[in-house]
Design a protein around this ligand. Structure first.
Ligand code: 6PG
Length: 240
């Protein structure tokens, strides 16, 4: 398995992952007018985004970076569960990025409408198949990534760019990018930390062939690079 980095502590994970993201943004802006970056939700990225905000202050021309979300919980943007709110608190409020470069999924409207609206935004931004420069992803303990949860139709969606999904065990709606969009990214970076992810990460890495039971195992960039940024706790069972 290539492109795997394992960091001994969570703070090293946060620092080094933020540095890796900055390096990819800078490299992209060397050759392209803009960088299109997809943020992941959940808790793991909080420290990474805070470091990203701090390190990038005089390094990144944020006016040339467009931010998107890989998924969103269907709640208002100020709701404690909102992935947009998490990114706003840890990153957006601390960098000089134009509001028009921030493309959140509207969690406050009807899920199906939000999915259609976001797909239209992607078509407007990319004019063709959306090809993000960097796609950040997390992994859930059940093997989900973004909001592609095991057993949901969204996992096997091949046509839509964005799908609404009712997650029974959470009794809640989500909106998520689909695998064709995720796998079309130039670079995909999984951020996985904590003991609770060690078992599922071992299963995902070993899943051959990939399986819809472990949606994260289906993330295989069609023409890009895949990076795994792990802390030692999450990587503890990889060699076993
Ligand atoms: C979300 C994320 C989801 C997340 C995993 C891991 O909306 O929750 O997009 O895919 O990355 O559930 O979450 P933690 O980082 O909180 O463990």
């Amino acid at each position: 398995m290539k492109n795997v980095q394992i960091f001994s502590t969570k703070s090293e994970f946060d620092n080094q992952t933020a540095a890796a993201i900055i390096a990819i943004i800078l490299a992209t802006l060397e050759t392209r007018p803009e960088c299109h970056l997809v943020l992941t939700g959940g808790n793991t990225p909080r420290g990474v985004y805070s470091q990203l905000a701090g390190f990038s202050r005089n390094l990144i021309e944020w006016q040339r970076v467009h931010l998107y979300w890989g998924d969103e919980r269907m709640v208002p943007p100020e709701h404690v569960d909102s992935n947009y709110r998490m990114a706003k608190e840890t990153l957006l409020e601390h960098i000089d990025i134009p509001r028009e470069n921030i493309h959140r999924i509207r969690g406050e409207i009807n899920p199906a409408a939000a999915a259609v609206e976001y797909a239209a935004l992607l078509k407007e931004k990319f004019h063709h198949e959306p090809r993000f420069d960097l796609m950040l992803l997390g992994v859930g303990k059940d093997g989900h990534t973004a909001s592609l949860f095991p057993g949901t139709k969204a996992v096997v969606e091949k046509k839509k760019l964005v799908a609404e999904v009712f997650v029974r065990k959470l009794d809640s709606w989500r909106v998520t990018l689909t695998l064709p969009v995720i796998n079309n990214a130039r670079q995909i970076m999984f951020l996985v930390a904590g003991k609770s992810k060690a078992e599922i990460l071992k299963k995902i890495i070993r899943a051959e062939p990939p399986t819809t039971d472990l949606p994260a195992s289906l993330v295989r960039p069609t023409g890009g690079e895949l990076y795994w940024m792990l802390d030692a706790d999450a990587a503890a069972k990889l060699g076993k």
